[in-house]
Design a protein around this ligand. Structure first.
Ligand code: ZN
Length: 346
């Protein structure tokens, strides 16, 4: 019996030396100090020992129990002290970086474009998204039978709940271009006029890799005495070189728009093939980036400006197209899927 106490004593001493946290301490208590623990078990066994040995065994067991209990109390006090003095968070862990949002790539490009134009002396103007037919079509010299007036190309806005008669309601559209803002600017101020007009535009078109039903344009308008096509070309080239770099190559092609005469389109060398020809540029080596021209006399008249006295030029960029060219993204739909894997890159 005394031998058993000796073995248990050395076991307790060994266990005590390996306690290093509250979990270890609790395990120690369950092993030795509870009612069914190893020390109490020996007290039970003592009942079977010869009567004359009982006092010695009892004394030894009590010494062992006191030793275990005092060690338990000692560790408990120590660990609880530590818990009070140590902070409950680990200050040495590296911090978690929070994600900071950024402007959408299309709006970053729009900002870049506006910065270049304002540095060149243009002021920024805006107009309404819901336009009347007068500003969207008539003032811009669209003939009454122009296909853009068709339901196929334009979203018409139903404003029947107003007091106006229903014939009038068909005259409201989601603007198909930012050009109506030109007329609003002309009506609101006297030449010289130097304005750029950014905004969202809407077309009733099928969505595919090259076109969306809702996109952004920047319109430019310059009106003064003796404005020439050469000035238009110089403005476009200066802008394009700042936007795409000094070494980019451009060309102007004759084109047609109802609101300018003469009209042109400006192309840049294809960013994918470098001019050799590929799927994106339809094997021409060139990509269209802007439409432009000299403001049609009828449009000047719509804006209350005398075409005999003043002339001007206008241009329009599709901002999504410019964004694709700048970023090398080859599908316009990716810009609006809001996949964070793409957005995080800007
Ligand atoms: Zn190409």
């Amino acid at each position: 019996m005394l031998e058993q106490i000796k073995i248990l004593k050395s076991e307790v001493e060994e266990q005590v030396s390996s306690i290093n946290d509250l979990v270890g301490l609790e395990n120690f208590r369950l092993e030795y100090l509870v009612k069914k623990g190893k020390i109490q078990n020996l007290f039970e066994l003592m009942k079977q020992a010869p009567a004359q040995e009982k006092p010695i065994i009892g004394k030894e067991l009590n010494v062992l129990r006191k030793f275990a209990e005092s060690k338990y109390d000692e560790f408990k006090a120590q660990f609880e002290d530590n818990r009070k003095t140590q902070p409950s968070i680990d200050l040495t862990l590296p911090g978690r970086l929070s994600n900071i949002g950024s402007a959408h790539p299309v709006y970053q490009v729009m900002d870049d474009m506006l910065t270049i134009f304002t540095e060149m002396g243009f002021a920024v103007a805006e107009g309404p998204d819901v336009e009347d037919g007068l500003h969207n079509f008539d003032s811009l010299n669209f003939p009454p039978d122009h296909p853009a007036r068709d339901m196929q190309d334009t979203f018409f806005v139903n404003v029947n709940n107003s007091n106006e008669n229903s014939e009038n309601s068909e005259n409201f559209v989601l603007r198909t271009h930012t050009s109506p803002v030109q007329v609003r600017v002309m009506k609101g101020m006297k030449p010289p006029i130097r304005s750029v007009m950014p905004g969202r535009v809407y077309r009733n078109e099928a969505i595919n890799a090259r076109s969306l039903a809702e996109f952004h344009q920047i319109e430019g308008l310059y009106i003064d005495k003796n404005v020439s096509f050469a000035e238009l070309k110089a403005t476009m080239m200066t802008f394009a070189k700042k936007m795409y770099g000094e070494n980019s190559k451009f060309r102007f092609r004759p084109s047609f728009f109802p609101f300018t005469e003469p009209s042109a389109e400006m192309d840049i060398t294809c960013f994918l093939c470098g001019g050799k020809g590929c799927r994106v540029c339809k094997y021409s080596g060139w990509l269209e980036i802007a439409g432009c021209g000299m403001v049609h006399p009828n449009v000047l008249r719509s804006g209350g400006i005398n075409p005999e006295e003043f002339s001007g030029y206008a241009f329009g960029f599709g901002i999504e197209r410019v964004t694709l060219l700048k970023t090398g993204i080859d599908d316009i739909r990716l810009l609006y899927e809001n996949d964070t894997r793409l957005l995080n890159q800007f």
